[in-house]
Design a protein around this ligand. Structure first.
Ligand SMILES: Cc1cc2nc3c(=O)[nH]c(=O)nc-3n(C[C@H](O)[C@H](O)[C@H](O)COP(=O)(O)O)c2cc1C
Length: 234
């Protein structure tokens, strides 16, 4: 059975746009037979990395910070797939960044040069073979995901794990008002979960369906500016 650990960094947790994407995605994975464990970082006590390198230079693999990461480490070590879910917050909510930094103990500090860059690997006992990104943003274009996508891809490369795809939903808040398109997007998210577990990847058509525009770029700007002007006028 494929073990999935899903980390949702949205501070709005169950009410969030990120969760609106995660629920059908994880449902698809479960339907394909995966065992899925989901955690909201905000609900956990995940302190920032102290930068002490105890986990590399003193006791490899062990973190001295006493918090909920100690509960997560064994789960992370035995997961096959790590799902990172986050809204775009220029670039990430602090909680999510803390979590990513705290992955350091899972990495073995044997440095190699690959494709012109210094990289390492997860320790051999860490099972994670794929990292997937799920992200919601507010503005119209996919360019808003650039930095978040780069962070997830860099992480995967740094630990020599496959980056198995990015589920990106721009102007995600509009999903609530466009019922017809939302149904198509939710179905595609379920499909994405199924495909990831069954075939190890998500086909581009499905990713494009999930990211499709819900209104025109001009309309989104017009509405957004209008609602701000209303507030400003009082
Ligand atoms: C601090 C902050 C920074 C944000 N930065 C961006 C951004 O750079 N680009 C963008 O498209 N949306 C940005 N957003 C909008 C969120 O990504 C968007 O509202 C998202 O759907 C929220 O997801 P959530 O409900 O899971 O928190 C930002 C929101 C906040 C609060």
């Amino acid at each position: 059975m494929t073990n999935v650990i899903a980390i949702n960094g949205s501070v709005r947790m169950e009410k969030s746009d990120t969760t609106m994407l995660m629920e059908p995605f994880l449902e698809g994975m479960k339907k394909a037979g995966a065992s899925v464990e989901l955690f909201y970082v905000k609900r956990l006590n995940v302190k920032p990395c102290t930068g002490c390198f105890h986990c590399w230079n003193t006791k490899p693999g062990e973190c001295i910070v006493s918090d909920d990461m100690q509960m997560l480490y064994p789960k992370l070590r035995s997961a096959d797939i790590l799902v990172l879910a986050t809204p775009v917050y220029i670039p990430l909510p602090g909680e999510m960044q803390n979590f990513i930094n705290r992955l350091c103990p899972l990495v073995e500090p044997i440095l190699e040069k690959r494709e012109g860059r210094t990289r390492a690997r997860f320790h051999a006992y860490v099972k994670i073979r794929k990292i997937v990104l799920v992200s919601a943003s507010g503005w119209w274009e996919l360019g808003n995901f650039g930095t978040v996508l780069r962070i997830a891809e860099e992480l995967a490369k740094d630990v020599s794990t496959e980056f198995a795809g990015a589920i990106l939903r721009p102007h995600a808040f509009l999903m609530k008002e466009n019922k017809e398109k939302t149904k198509i997007i939710i179905d595609a998210l379920k499909q994405a979960g199924l495909q990831l577990i069954r075939n190890g990847k998500i086909i581009d058509d499905i990713l494009e369906t999930i990211s499709q525009p819900l209104i025109s770029e001009e309309e989104l700007r017009r509405r957004s500016n209008e609602s701000y002007m209303k507030v400003k006028r009082g």
